[in-house]
Design a protein around this ligand. Structure first.
Ligand SMILES: C[S@@+](CC[C@H](N)C(=O)[O-])C[C@H]1O[C@@H](n2cnc3c(N)ncnc32)[C@H](O)[C@@H]1O
Length: 257
């Protein structure tokens, strides 16, 4: 089983992950552009864009949006969203582990730990692909892609309930170790949905690979395409990750050289 079941239900996925303050997160993008980008930013690419939660806000602020995803259902959902707001966007069906684009972009981002590389060689092809589509001097922002402890040790998982327009979604996340040497673990995501009385239980499982901070730094410093810029806890540029007791949605920023 993979997470397809979850990603085949973009409307419920969107409710489940609607705890984010999207305008505030786009403010953080823009603060990064101002402080750290060496090129002006007009075009952005979201990897594993799914339902493209930041698309509308980015378009409102004048950016050209591209999103890449493996799930056709998610891409269709984003396409309809763009149509509703009359925006022209570029939604691409592809695998972030190894991809290419026709034109380069000024900024790339991946959210909620969606970096899909399951081993070092996939991580290498992923970063090579990003290097091929990102202009020199441009930034790549990774949200929650670097771990402090193995998730299965520090967390037992968690659950939360969110509701929108009469649809309630209870989301549960669980982690289980698969192989400590390969740093792989299984993530189970369940959504218990109550859609105006109709009840559904949607479950997906995915193998993920943890990346630890010093390993990330080594990987980036060995790369001929990227340099490390910084990392911060909780999407707050006043909280360098070095000062964090516990990672909570850390963002890491690298720049194309
Ligand atoms: C956790 S969701 C994130 C969606 C959205 N970016 C957000 O912030 O809510 C992960 C997304 O990554 C996509 N995905 C998973 N593996 C992928 C891969 N190898 N290449 C491209 N997209 C992938 C899934 O289809 C899903 O839409």
């Amino acid at each position: 089983m993979d997470l397809a079941g979850v990603y085949d239900n973009p409307q419920y996925y969107e409710i489940a992950f609607s705890f984010r303050d999207i305008p505030a997160e786009v403010d953080v993008f823009e603060e990064c552009f101002k402080r750290f980008s060496q090129i002006p930013v007009k075009s952005v690419l979201e990897l594993g864009c799914g339902n493209s939660p930041h698309m509308e806000e980015l378009i409102k602020r004048g950016y050209q949006y591209s999103g890449l995803d493996l799930s056709k259902a998610m891409l269709e959902y984003s396409r309809e969203k763009a149509l509703r707001i009359g925006a022209e966007v570029n939604l691409i069906h592809g695998d972030m582990v190894d991809f290419s684009l026709e034109t380069e972009v000024d900024f790339v981002y991946v959210l909620l730990g969606s970096l899909a590389a399951k081993n070092t060689s996939e991580q290498t092809t992923h970063f090579d692909s990003v290097a091929n589509v990102l202009k020199k001097g441009g930034l790549y922002l990774l949200d929650w892609c670097v771990q402090d402890d193995p998730p299965w040790v520090s967390e037992s998982g968690g659950n939360w309930v969110l509701e929108r327009e009469g649809i309630q979604v209870k989301t549960t996340v669980l982690w289980k170790a698969i192989n400590p040497v390969e740093q792989t673990f299984e993530e189970t995501l369940s959504m218990e949905v109550n859609d105006h009385g109709e009840k559904l239980n949607i479950v997906g499982k995915e193998i993920k690979r943890a990346i630890y901070p010093q390993e990330f730094l080594c990987f980036i410093s060995a790369s001929k395409h990227f340099e490390f810029v910084g990392w911060w806890n909780n999407w707050d540029l006043r909280q360098p990750l070095e000062q964090a007791n516990k990672f909570d949605r850390p963002i890491a920023l690298v720049r194309r050289i």
